[in-house]
Design a protein around this ligand. Structure first.
Ligand SMILES: Cc1cc2nc3c(=O)[nH]c(=O)nc-3n(C[C@H](O)[C@H](O)[C@H](O)COP(=O)(O)OP(=O)(O)OC[C@H]3O[C@@H](n4cnc5c(N)ncnc54)[C@H](O)[C@@H]3O)c2cc1C
Length: 395
């Protein structure tokens, strides 16, 4: 069956799985993102500054409530729809998608899934309206892949309050977030607990990490906690151990990274396809050469496989059947495919591929961060390895 030239990146028409009402919302939000949010992306990335005006645009975009229907009163459209919402943002710019993902997924997700009903009712409204921004502080300077076993940040309870001490690294939105969800080891029972630390709390210091080569407009911070006092009312009541963090939060957000990866890869594919039809060498568009078509084949093939992965995982999630290992598989595989896809695209652009204003270079750099955060490929491989062999390679 012949397809027209310039066919969609959604080669197998997965979007058709959604009812028309949801596709219409996606069309409107895609249009809004391209018109109102995309213009901030390139300059902010080059300057490594977060464009704070864009928060007003996210308010107007007004799709955040679909991620938390019971807290927002929005219809529960499900994981496939919310996955496509994340993908759309990443097609425009990975940094802005990650800003939103850290706020919506890691930060709000910790509160929504880890908080008591009272905490969710108290804390979520300001987050849903973007009047307050959340972030997620798990990783430490000495504890990345091994953060569960090696967590050094401590929490000590005295009466109705807790005292936190330690350091966190890489915390997205950390320089300006109103709520920093800090994970710390309870010195009394040795379990990992979660605390919502408010901006400005005495003893809390955040310092921007400079000189990043990826996701440059995301403000990642080093966070220091020296005798930071947090009331028990800000300890997330349903997070009692590492198992809760991994299952309630990371398993969901790994799916989110799977969607972001498709977004970045699909835009890279489109940029490469368009460049191939316009750029001429040896008197013809480079897209007419077999070796170039082979690159486009691999790029579109990757996008198609990656999209199939997240679509099926979303269906399993909504059926209550998805496992943490499946989420790890999708995160690890999709970001590896992303890396190959953007590298081929960058290659296809020749020298222009390393100029960030062409878009492909930005995607190439950003893929490196997606590949490493939320569990490196190796960590996700070990989670799946344990699942399929029954043997744990973790120490
Ligand atoms: C842009 C960006 C944004 C981030 N945002 C956040 C955030 O908002 N909040 C947050 O808490 N964290 C965040 N992170 C941290 C991120 O999750 C960690 O960087 C990641 O988990 C890896 O940890 P690490 O950097 O300490 O690497 P390390 O754990 O030191 O790993 C170094 C290398 O060793 C490998 N390795 C480690 N152990 C093993 C093993 N047993 N077997 C084989 N290989 C192994 C790893 O796979 C990796 O290749 C972010 C990171 C980046 C880069």
């Amino acid at each position: 069956m012949a397809k027209p030239a310039n066919t969609t990146w959604d080669y197998f028409s997965y979007l058709d799985k959604l009812p028309e009402e949801q596709r219409e919302i996606l069309r409107r939000s895609e249009d809004y993102i391209e018109r109102e949010i995309a213009p901030y992306a390139a300059d902010a990335w080059s300057a490594a500054e977060f464009p704070f005006e864009v928060i007003e645009k996210f308010k107007e975009l007004d799709t955040i409530g679909y991620h938390y229907p019971t807290a927002s009163g929005r219809p529960a459209y499900g994981s496939l729809f919310t996955g496509f919402l994340q993908l759309q943002l990443a097609r425009t710019d990975a940094s802005l998608a990650v800003f939103n993902g850290v706020h919506t997924g890691l930060g709000m997700g910790s509160i929504y899934y880890g908080g008591s009903e009272e905490q969710v009712a108290r804390l979520m409204p300001d987050l849903l309206s973007y009047d307050k921004i959340a972030c997620f502080a798990l990783t430490e300077p000495e504890g990345g892949s091994d953060v569960a076993g090696g967590m050094r940040t401590t929490a000590k309870r005295t009466g109705d309050s807790w005292t936190l001490n330690g350091a966190k690294r890489w915390i997205g939105n950390g320089t300006f977030a109103d709520y920093i969800v800090v994970y710390a080891r309870d010195v009394d029972d040795d379990n990992i607990k979660a605390f919502v630390v408010e901006k400005g709390t005495p003893g809390l210091t955040t310092t921007k990490i400079e000189h990043k080569i990826a996701l440059r407009s995301v403000q990642n911070a080093d966070v220091e906690l020296v005798d930071v006092v947090v009331p028990e009312s800000m300890r997330l009541q349903r997070i009692e151990s590492w198992r809760d963090v991994a299952h309630q939060v990371l398993s969901r957000t790994r799916q989110g990274v799977g969607w972001l990866a498709v977004g970045v890869a699909s835009r890279a594919y489109e940029l490469a396809r368009d460049y191939a039809t316009q750029r001429e060498q040896f008197g013809k568009p480079i897209g007419s050469y077999q070796l170039i078509q082979d690159k486009l084949f691999t790029m579109l093939g990757n996008v198609t496989v990656m999209l199939g992965n997240v679509v099926r995982l979303a269906e399993l999630t909504d059926a209550g059947q998805a496992t943490d290992a499946q989420a790890a598989l999708v995160k690890g595989v999709n970001t590896a495919r992303l890396r190959e896809t953007v590298a081929l695209g960058r290659d296809l652009f020749g020298g222009n591929g390393i100029v960030s204003s062409y878009g492909i270079g930005r995607a190439f750099d950003d893929a490196e961060a997606l590949y490493s955060f939320e569990g490196t490929r190796e960590m996700n491989a070990l989670i799946v390895g344990k699942d399929v062999t029954g043997l744990s390679a973790f120490l």
